[in-house]
Structure formats: C-alpha cells, structure tokens
Design a protein around this ligand. Structure first.
Ligand code: FAD
Length: 398
C-alpha cells in the first residue's frame, strides 16, 4: 500500500537493496549514512546463489556476475600434516549454483546505482544517534523530517538496535590484492590453512572492482581482537614470516603488503534482536542479526531481508501487518544460519584445541560420507530453510 515516506538509516548492502526495491514500488525513500560519500568498507565477500536471486530482481545480477569470480569449492588444510579438513563443493557445474566472489565495492556500486535509478534520495554525513517518534536524531542534534516508517540498516554496531550482541574473540585482517600470477592458487576456490583453530590464513578470488581493473584476491588472517594492538606494534616482517611458515605459497601476496595500514581489521560479533520491529521502526540486515562471516552468509541474508520487506509492503495494505509478515518470512532461515554459525565458528576460530580436533578427526571425515556433501553444499549455498519459497509463499497467503 502507500505510497509511504520511508527513511532508511544506512547505505550498506541491506539499506541500498531495500531503497531500490521500495523506491521502485513508488514509495518516497531517503537513505541516510554517516559517510561523506556513500562508499564500501572492507575487502570481498561470497555471494551465494540465494542472494544473487535477489540481485536479479533488482536488475543488477548480470553486472555482478560479470565482475565477480565463480567459486566452486571451499577447501582447507590443517598443519602440520596438511590434513584436508574443509572440502565442500557447490552442487552442480553451472555458475548460477556456485558461490560468487565479489569485490565489496562492485556490489556496493551496483546497488547504489539501482537505488538511484529507482529514485531514492541520499543524505550523507548524517550520523544517526537515536530516533524520536518518527524522526532520526543525528549526533549533532539535528532531526530528520518525519517519516511514516523508519528502517534501521546501520549494520552490526547500530545504535538503534535492541538486543545483545556478543563480541567474538576472533576477528580477521583483510586486504584486497591483485590476483597473483604465480603461487598456484585455485582461481575457483576459497582456500584456507590452519593451525588448530588458533591460526587461519585464507585466499579467495573476488573478481574485479570494475571492468577496467585487474582481478583480485581477498587475503585474510585470523586474529584475536585482544592481540590486534600487539600485531600493530610488532614489525610487519615478523608477521609475514609466521604466515609464510603456515602457507609458503602466499609469498607473492605478502610482497604486496607494504605496511600495517594495507590490512583492515574486522571485528566480528554475534547476536540478534528479539524485536526487529518496534512500532514504526524496523531492523534489516546486520542490525537485526549478525554473525561471524565464517559461513559467508551476511550479505545474502541482508539481500533476502530487503526482498522480503518489499514484498510484505507490496502485499499488505496495513503497515503493521506487513512488518510482522516481513519478520515471519525471514524467521526460520535466520534462526538456522545463526544457530549453525554458533556451532561452526569455534571450529575455525578459537583457542580450544579440542574443538579443532573434533573438526579434524570427527567432522571432516563425516563430511565425506554421503549425503553429507549434498547437505553441506546446500548449507553454504544459503538454501537451508528454503528462504526464497518462504518469501514467495508468504505472498500467496495474502
Ligand atoms: C570481514 C567480513 C567478511 C564478510 N564476508 C562475507 C561473505 O563472504 N559473504 C556474505 O554474505 N557476507 C559476508 N560478510 C557479512 C556482510 O558484509 C554483512 O552481513 C553485510 O554487509 C550486512 O549489510 P548491512 O547493510 O546490514 O550492514 P553494512 O553493510 O555494514 O552497512 C551499514 C551502513 O550503515 C552506515 N552506518 C553505520 N552506523 C551509522 C550511523 N550511526 N549513522 C549513519 N550511518 C551509519 C555505515 O556507514 C554503512 O554504510 C562479511 C563481513 C565481514 C566484516
């Protein structure tokens, strides 16, 4: 129904996708972000098949497919014996059924253009502190105009989110680096090397930021938040030597890292809001639910949230009913991926040797026995809980 005046806080994956959907449906949408110019932060990510279905609805799938790099295989070996402990293949050989490594900037640019084309307006340098009735209140005390509906898409550290977020002990250093001509990396795989669950280095193809630029890799190194200051203070060469000991083939990538500033430290958190809708304020994306990126699902979940939100509003004349329906359509899928993330993350990022041993000696062998490979392929593809049907079927109940 509507058209409504909708204020969206945050120009990230969730906010931009939602702005594109809602402005296209005829609502008057304004997106606020604290950044001077909307811009992406971080390196690359894997877009799963379910998330790319949403990009197709926004008309940007072809552009992203063209820039991204197909990922057919998730593969990891543990030191000291090079035991294979992660070996998951996407089901099927078509690109559409694989993961797609993308540069965060490429995804951001495509979503921003889609939102602009649909008629969404943007206000930059607008750091939001709180809400007051149906207005955003900025840190400098200004207030936005009043809206029929406010959307919190401020990400993992949203000041508007309710519920508790648990900071995870481990995060990671990330960099986007030109794909190395030498090194023998598989350009269709996310590859990792581990020492128990305490150390992890990974390389993943992320394609190109735009068509005139070279293909890149996301390089990441697992690091505890408590150890970040010591890492910053120590000589970079000492850290490089540690990485090389674990995975000598990373030499050509490490050569491109000249200073600590070439790596961005990402802190991870886990949690979900129990009340993603509070009156006329609704949460979407990481501000509703956040998890470690180990399963590579956060952007997909955000895209699915955006589509579900827009579908609910399209279908339900009553705004309150529509918002409740949005939450209902997403609940099962989010619960599954939040739960699995809680179970899996410590197997790859923790101090507990026992958990790494379970990963290496129990989980990895079991994962090779049929039907586990099929089940795991569905998990990484974002398909557990059949999120697309949940949104489409919701529409049929209208
Ligand atoms: C290192 C790393 C790797 C990841 N890898 C993957 C992956 O492989 N696959 C995957 O699907 N997901 C991955 N994710 C998760 C994914 O990036 C997030 O789930 C996704 O970006 C969430 O989108 P969002 O729009 O909710 O939040 P964000 O993309 O974080 O956007 C939030 C926006 O709000 C703005 N903002 C924040 N606070 C304020 C404020 N107070 N006032 C105004 N504006 C504000 C920010 O500037 C930003 O533009 C990864 C995340 C990290 C950190």
């Amino acid at each position: 129904m509507g058209p409504y005046q909708i204020g969206i806080a945050g120009a990230g994956v969730a906010g931009l996708a939602l702005a594109a959907f809602l402005a296209r449906a005829g609502h008057r949408v304004v997106v606020f972000d604290k950044l001077q110019a909307p811009q992406p932060l971080g390196s690359g990510l894997i877009l799963q098949p379910v998330g790319r279905q949403v990009l197709a609805k926004l008309g940007v799938a072809a552009e992203i497919e063209d820039l991204g790099a197909p990922i057919a295989h998730l593969f990891g070996k543990a030191a000291p014996r090079d035991r294979v402990v992660l070996d998951v293949r996407y089901r099927g050989s078509s690109r559409a059924r694989m993961g797609l490594g993308v540069h965060r900037g490429a995804l951001f640019n495509a979503l921003l253009q889609a939102a602009r084309r649909s008629g969404a307006a943007f206000e930059a340098q607008a750091e939001i502190a709180e809400t007051d009735d149906r207005r955003f209140v900025f840190v400098d005390g200004r207030r936005s105009p009043g809206f029929d509906l406010l959307v919190d898409a401020l990400g993992v550290r949203s000041p508007l989110a309710d519920g508790r977020r648990r900071a995870l002990p481990y995060g990671a250093l990330w960099a986007s680096l030109d794909w190395p001509a030498s090194g023998g990396f598989d350009d269709r795989a996310l590859e990792q090397r581990y020492v128990a669950a305490r150390k992890m280095v990974g390389v993943m193809p992320i394609g190109r930021l735009d068509s005139s630029l070279q293909a890149q890799a996301a390089f990441f190194w697992s690091l505890k938040s408590d150890d970040f200051p010591a890492w910053r203070a120590a000589p970079l060469e000492a850290w490089k030597a540690e990485v090389l000991t674990l995975w000598p083939q990373t030499q050509p990538l490490l050569e491109k890292i000249g200073s600590h500033d070439d790596l961005v430290y990402a802190r991870y958190a886990h949690g979900a809001s129990l009340r993603p809708v509070r009156g006329r304020l609704a949460s979407i994306g990481d501000s509703w639910h956040c998890a470690s990126p180990q399963l590579g699902q956060g952007a997909n979940l955000a895209l699915l949230d955006a589509w579900a939100f827009a579908e609910a509003l399209r279908r339900q004349p009553n705004l309150e009913v529509a918002l409740n329906e949005y939450v209902r359509m997403r609940a099962l899928h989010l619960w599954i991926y939040q739960s699995v993330s809680v179970l899996f993350t410590p197997l790859y990022q923790s101090d507990a040797n026992a958990l790494a041993a379970i990963r290496d000696h129990v989980a990895a062998p079991l994962a090779r026995i049929w039907p586990a490979p099929l089940v795991l392929a569905g998990l990484v593809a974002g398909a557990w809980g059949d999120p697309l049907s949940a949104i489409v079927k919701g529409s049929r109940h209208a």
